[in-house]
Structures are given as structure tokens and as C-alpha cells.
Unconditional design. Sequence first.
Length: 85
Amino acid sequence: MGVEPVVSLTATLKVSSALGKPFDFTFDDVTPSNPLQPDGSTSDTRCLIGGGFSSNEWYFLKIHVTLEDGAEFVYTKRVQIAAPG
């Protein structure tokens, strides 16, 4: 069994701000016709400034992945939001 390319990638940043709405990230550059290869990378440069984040808090990032063979999984990671610089 080998390592499979990723054909779909989305992430949701869960927040407990006054708005209470999660931030959804869709990586449109990861598709079946342009899969993310093993050891590859992608990014979303969306600005989260003004989102009510604190650098002293941890947030949960839920990552949804579909592999080329059709397998799907969800991974949750604790993250901190930092100002660029």
C-alpha cells in the first residue's frame, strides 16, 4: 500500500467569538485533476485579522481530506493564531 495523493482538502476553524461562526477554508487548488502529492503543500492566505482571535488562546482546526483512492478522514488539531510578521 502506497501513499495516496489528496484530491479534496477543506478545513474549519472553530471559534468561540461573539459571532460564533466558524471560518471555513476551501483549498481550490487541490482537485482530482490537480491532486496534492505526498510531501506537497498548499496554503490559504486569508487574513483573519479582526476575527476576534487571541494569541493567548488555542482553537480547534478540523481538517477534512479525501484521498485519490476515495478514502476520507477528518483530523482535528489544536492551533494558535498569531499576527503575521
